[in-house]
Design a protein around this ligand. Structure first.
Ligand SMILES: C[S@@+](CC[C@H](N)C(=O)[O-])C[C@H]1O[C@@H](n2cnc3c(N)ncnc32)[C@H](O)[C@@H]1O
Length: 249
């Protein structure tokens, strides 16, 4: 397992894995639990870790390129994971198929309406009593210009890496709580990442441009005076939900 270094993903993955293995009583866990990752592609596929822990791991992703990367990662290490090309807004599996569903940093690329569809699909394919982990980007993130231009409320489009038109959706707490209203919320976490390196490079001019987004509605003078503390302002905030599909009846 030592070469599965899931750098940026490690915290949510280990959080969910430790919940499953540490909190759910062994008697209530399937012998070979079946897990679906929505948006599973990329160079460091989270499912590799679940597969190594004895899960039957199935991942869907909309991008051939990302799927190729994750397949390569798993085949190089002889880790058994099934990857399929599919859209998480229309998951190609029957209802009540999976014990667990995992999603991290993928649904954030859908608009709000798409995320509503995706979460409803995750609920459908989970077995009653099954658990999901999902994350959304919180509107507590700052500045929102990190995500590009706001096209619709909470929906931003901007450049990311080699791609110029990447969507990021941001959610107020009340909105993301509503997104998961059909589930039992077992746990909810807010995670703040300070973007200190990025903030350190921000010029005073750019800082002053952000005045209209100042969290506490500062005056221009107060904002200028806060420039040395800019590293405390730049933050990426995720809201993570640990969810259970209710058992009806
Ligand atoms: C930033 S990557 C994260 C990948 C992976 N979850 C991880 O943590 O390493 C986002 C992934 O979501 C995928 N994605 C975006 N929209 C999707 C959709 N509607 N259905 C399935 N996958 C999607 C992208 O192709 C991309 O592989």
């Amino acid at each position: 397992m030592s070469d599965v270094v899931l750098r940026t993903n490690a915290i949510p993955i280990y959080g969910f894995l430790s919940y499953i293995m540490g909190v759910i009583p062994a008697a209530e866990r399937a012998v070979t639990p079946k897990i679906l990752d929505c948006g599973a592609g990329g160079p460091l596929p989270p499912l590799a870790l679940f597969a190594q822990q004895g899960f039957e791991a199935i991942g869907i992703d909309i991008s051939d390129e990302q799927l190729e990367r994750s397949r390569q990662f798993c085949s190089d290490r002889k880790i058994s994971v099934e990857f399929r090309k599919a859209d998480m807004r229309q998951i190609p599996f029957d209802a009540n198929t999976f014990d667990y569903v995992y999603e991290h940093y993928s649904m954030c690329h859908l608009d709000h309406a798409g995320a509503v569809q995706a979460v409803s699909e995750m609920l459908r394919v989970l077995k009653p009593g099954g658990m999901a982990f999902i994350g959304v980007i919180s509107t507590d993130s700052w500045p929102s210009t990190l995500f590009g231009k706001e096209h619709r409320t909470g929906e931003f489009v901007g450049a990311e890496g080699a791609h110029t038109q990447v969507t990021h959706s941001l959610w107020k707490d009340v909105e993301s709580d509503q997104l998961v209203a059909a589930w039992e919320v077992v746990d909810k976490e807010k995670r703040i990442n300070y973007l200190r390196d990025m903030a350190a490079e921000v010029s005073i001019e750019t800082w002053m441009d952000l005045l209209r987004e100042s969290p506490q509605g500062s005056s221009a003078e107060e904002w200028r005076a806060a420039y040395p503390q800019r590293q405390d302002y730049y933050r990426y905030v995720h809201t993570y939900y640990y969810l259970k599909k209710p058992i009806v009846g």
